[in-house]
Design a protein around this ligand. Structure first.
Ligand code: NAP
Length: 244
């Protein structure tokens, strides 16, 4: 049997990198893609996969990526993130623009570009990293939650449009995961980023990668539609139990 190939965007860090490791451990061929190619190359060398540069906000980069990538059975969209925690009235249009571009339009660009390869697979799977921000809201989160709500709408629409084809669509919606997410959100402020996870055990990137691994290793007729995963100590985006 030929090995299956998984393309993972946002593979230079966090959930994307952990997903590459998890799928490689299952015997899959992996393509690790992100802007920081050096990190993807180190990961590819570690797992025996391939690395390609990809900026999901750039049409030319996505087109070049699609020309290079070859056969694809699964794409895991992990590229994305949040910028800032500003009240709506202080919303920064450029930060909002990036959040929509990376989280939403990135999924559009990469999915469109890879659909011919996914169709050629005959048994394909599109996995999108949404978030609990795709169905919850919290103060200061409007830009990110609006983008992840849009991701949820995109996944549900794709499921309808592709229902007659052998292409599964899974949206994984994690709560708090300890990655570089908060460091990026708070513009490199390590102290502020650390406080997000203070007093509780957050999910690790490996915990979420395990969920992705579960979804893509179900039999072909089984579609894990939407999967919410949170730390035990987190009830909602706003309510978490923290030990002193
Ligand atoms: P992370 O450690 O910051 O990883 C984000 C990844 O996205 C990096 O590999 C980054 O790579 C990539 N990326 C950002 N902009 C990109 C672009 N324009 N083109 C290509 N890649 C890009 O954060 P993470 O927690 O793993 O986040 C992964 C996904 O999970 C995101 O969609 C995030 O919204 C979602 N999520 C995270 C959490 C959480 O609490 N951590 C919770 C729910 C959902 P480069 O900078 O090298 O391009």
């Amino acid at each position: 049997m030929t090995r299956r190939t998984a393309v993972v965007t946002g593979a230079s860090s966090g959930i994307g990198a952990a997903t590459v490791r998890a799928l490689a451990a299952e015997g899959w061929d992996t393509v690790a893609a992100a802007r920081r190619l050096d990190r993807c190359e180190a990961l590819a060398a570690e797992v025996g996969g391939r690395a390609l540069a990809l900026d999901v906000t750039d049409d030319d980069s996505v087109a070049a990526f699609a020309r290079e990538v070859g056969p694809v059975d699964v794409v895991v969209h992990s590229a994305g993130g949040a910028l800032g925690l500003d009240r709506f009235e202080d919303g920064d249009v450029e930060k909002w623009r990036w959040m929509f571009d990376a989280n939403v339009l990135g999924v559009l660009r990469v999915t469109k570009a890879l659909l011919p390869a996914l169709r050629a697979s005959g048994d394909a799977h599109i996995v999108v990293l949404g978030s609990i921000a795709g169905f919850e809201v919290y103060p200061g989160g409007a830009g990110y939650t609006a983008a992840k709500h849009a991701v949820n709408a995109v996944c549900r629409t794709l499921r309808i449009e592709l229902v007659a084809e052998p292409i599964r669509i899974t949206e994984v919606q994690p709560g708090m995961v300890d990655t570089e997410f908060s460091l990026v959100r708070f513009d490199g402020d390590a102290e502020r980023a650390k406080n997000v996870y203070k007093g509780l055990v957050p999910l690790s990137a490996d915990d979420v990668a395990d969920v992705v691994r579960f979804a893509v290793t179900r039999p072909s007729h089984v579609n894990i539609d939407t999967l919410v995963v949170r730390p035990r100590a987190q009830a909602t985006g706003m309510i978490a139990h923290r030990e002193p």
